[in-house]
Design a protein around this ligand. Structure first.
Ligand code: ATP
Ligand code: MG
Length: 130
């Protein structure tokens, strides 16, 4: 059985979370920059001349699919690497996934998650442009 993990994290935590996920063997992750807010609905900023409210703040949405048995470890790693202990640290969603089909091989389900050989960390570091 597979689960999709969708995590909303602080942008500055992306590298730490991503590298920690690679270290525990998560083979693939998507990241998107999003604008969002939690229950505090943005923040008030005090400028020199006025105070204004920012309705949404930038966050990173990470999503990836893992085996059921890896969910606990993945959540632990995200909690450890993404938390500052303050409001606005984000949220993690765990969603059921019906199937995963690896296009290059046609493998399905848990088989599509296995990877023979080391995960190439260098490949993961190529697209780090700002
Ligand atoms: N229920 C949710 N649905 C979708 N996105 C969410 C949800 N909760 C949080 N997010 C995402 O996480 C980001 C940060 O949320 P935030 O940590 O402020 O949530 P919160 O529920 O207000 O918790 P806290 O009280 O710790 O701030 C949001 O900008 C949004 O992108
Ligand atoms: Mg909040």
């Amino acid at each position: 059985m597979l689960k999709k993990i969708e995590a909303y994290i602080r942008s500055e935590k992306l590298d730490a979370v991503r590298m920690a996920l690679i270290e525990i063997g998560v083979p693939a992750v998507d990241t998107v920059e999003v604008q969002g807010h939690g229950r505090q609905s943005g923040i008030k900023l005090a400028g020199r001349h006025s105070t204004y409210v920012v309705d949404t703040l930038p966050r990173i949405q990470m999503s990836f699919v893992v085996s059921d048995e890896d969910v606990e470890q993945v959540v632990d790693v995200i909690l450890k690497t993404a938390a500052t202990g303050n409001q606005g640290d984000g949220a993690i969603f765990i969603c059921p996934v019906e199937n995963l089909i690896r296009i290059s091989t046609g493998e399905e389900g848990d088989d599509a998650l296995t990877y023979e050989g080391e995960i190439d960390i260098a490949e993961h570091q190529v697209n780090r442009g700002s």
